[in-house]
Write a protein that binds this ligand. Sequence first.
Ligand SMILES: Cc1ncc(COP(=O)(O)O)c(C=O)c1O
Length: 314
Amino acid sequence: MSIYLDYAASTPLKKEVLDAMLPYLTDYYGNASSTHSFGRRMNQALEKSRRLISKLIGCNKDEFYFVASGTEANNWALKGIAEKYKEKGNHIIVSAFEHPAVLNTAKHLEENGFDVTYLLPDSQGHITVESVNESLTDQTILVSIMYVNNEVGTIQPLKEIAALLREKEIIFHSDGVQALGYLDFDIKDLGVDLMSFSSHKIYGPTGVGGLYIRKGIKIKSLLDGGAQERQRRAGTSHVAGAVGFSEALKLRVENIQDTSKALKNKRDYLLDGLTKLGCHLNGDLNRHPGNMNIRFDDIPGETLLMNLDLEGIA
Ligand SMILES: Cc1ncc(COP(=O)(O)O)c(C=O)c1O
């Protein structure tokens, strides 16, 4: 028997999601930008998916953009904002434990003349609003702090950070990839200006993600090409991907409170058993309901991983 526990890395595609996608991979075809009936049918499915996702995260449909991955969304957010607002200042703040899609993008910007501060989390895995405040300068144009860390699963105080930055007119991006479908949030209530998402973390297909860009925020495009995504993100639309992403999100957020609670209970049960065997939890419990990041004394992580793999446990 094999046991897969690496859901933060990727989730299996849900059968219902595949069923929703299949017609757009087989029976229906055409380019969603074409004005003939084949194209219009594809476009209707694309826009229906956009409306559904926007409604579920709490934004206007014109504020949600389909992209190819969480990685692209993060690259677009950081590079697009840095480029557009560089006349205003050249300082950017990111947390030091962002996903490489943010960290390496920040390094790229550093190599191109931007000044980047990498904020350290506290010992329990949280970025404090005070530390953000202390790092701001009159040159700060952008702050990027993830909602849920992909390794320790800890939840960051986005609402407080957003309130601070809104007051100072500094743009706030958050990588929401690990939070979507697991935390019950409303994007307007959080107050972020941009937020990145990925479909394959919520039982949707790989190769599709999203970026929320609040109305009024200016951003440079990452890709040059056609006029897709309201002229902001070129490339023929991945309609089946968008349909799958929206279906996956719909299924995840239905009864999100109950499913997240059930997930948390299972996690706590496992953690309880492992703690009795002598493991330690990294970070506190203010974290993703399905995340457990643990260590054992004197056992290197790599050795543990290889041995668990031999036992069929991922
Ligand atoms: C927090 C976070 N951001 C971004 C990504 C990248 O998303 P994608 O795999 O869709 O490029 C991941 C996936 O590992 C992630 O966990």
